[in-house]
Ligand binder design. Structure first.
Ligand SMILES: [Zn+2]
Length: 154
């Protein structure tokens, strides 16, 4: 396992659309292991492939004792609304409010290629949306209350 370098806001790879994973092989497993380690040493609750320069649709999330690996995740339903502060390992030391659904259900594949669904509320719902946005080249500052001002200051 290895800790990967996390790309920061301004790196154009963060605004690219990631490609679906087609091979559930050993390379994928070691990528996921590296992502988990990188997220943990960075004290993050989620990490997406593009954040380490891997333009593949892979996400890891860890909230308390729930650890999730999501390959090719897709939001299949969402309801309600929440408006809470978010941060991002690619946008250090900046937090801002983002409108998200209160509950989301996501369909994804695990590291062995088996399909599963997960429903998240509150923080997990935000995190699922935030990480899936990364796969589509979207950062939370593209949607947050003061994100435009933040980007103009940079
Ligand atoms: Zn992020």
């Amino acid at each position: 396992m290895a800790v990967r370098n996390i790309l920061k806001f301004g790196d154009e790879r963060l605004s690219k659309i990631a490609k679906p994973v087609t091979q559930f092989d050993d390379d994928l497993k070691s990528l996921l292991d590296d992502m988990r380690e990188t997220m943990r040493v960075s004290n993050g609750v989620g990490l997406a492939g593009p954040q380490i320069g891997v333009l593949r649709r892979v996400v890891v999330i860890e909230i308390d004792d729930l650890y999730l690996e999501l390959i090719n995740p897709e939001i299949v339903s969402s309801k309600g609304e929440q408006y809470e502060d978010e941060g991002c390992l690619s946008v250090p030391k900046y937090y801002d409010k983002v409108k998200r659904p209160k509950v989301v259900t996501v369909k994804a594949f695990d590291r062995d290629g088996k399909e599963f669904t997960v429903t998240g509320k509150k923080l997990l719902a935000r995190c699922l949306c935030h990480e899936i946005d990364h796969l589509n080249g979207i950062l939370f500052i593209d949607k947050s209350e003061n994100g435009q001002k933040f980007k103009e200051r940079r």
